[in-house]
Ligand binder design. Structure first.
Ligand SMILES: [Zn+2]
Length: 110
C-alpha cells in the first residue's frame, strides 16, 4: 500500500483516486499519506464557520452560487440570506487563501 500511495502521489493522483484504487476509505488514505508526509495539506477535523478576525467581507451576491475562480466559502447559516465569500482563488481551489487556511491545518512536504 505504501509504495502504491507514494508512486501515485508523485504522479499527481488525488487522494480520492488513490483511496478508491486501494479499496480503503478516503479518511484512511489521507491519514496514511499524512503519516508518510505525502500530502501538502491535512484537513481539519472541525471547521468553525463563524467569522474570524481578519475575515474578508463576503462579496458574492445574496444566495448566489459563484463560478470557479471565486471563493465559495459560506460563513452563514444556510437558512439566512447567505453570501459566498467571492474573493479570488485558483480555478482548481474552492476557497480563497484565507478560507483555505481555515480548512487545512498544516503543510506537509511531498
Ligand atoms: Zn474566501
Amino acid at each position: 500500500m505504501t509504495a502504491f500511495l507514494r508512486a501515485k502521489r508523485r504522479e499527481g493522483k488525488t487522494m480520492r483516486w488513490i483511496a478508491a484504487h486501494l479499496g480503503i476509505t478516503l479518511g484512511r488514505a489521507v491519514a496514511k499519506a499524512a503519516r508518510l508526509r505525502l500530502i501538502l495539506h491535512v484537513p481539519r477535523t472541525y471547521v468553525a464557520t463563524e467569522p474570524m478576525p481578519g475575515e474578508p467581507a463576503p462579496i458574492g451576491g445574496e444566495r448566489e452560487v459563484l463560478d470557479e475562480g471565486r471563493c465559495r466559502w459560506i460563513g452563514a447559516d444556510m437558512g439566512t440570506a447567505w453570501r459566498m465569500c467571492g474573493h479570488a482563488c485558483a480555478n482548481d481551489e474552492p476557497w480563497c487563501p484565507h478560507h483555505k487556511a481555515r480548512v487545512f491545518v498544516e503543510e506537509v512536504g511531498r
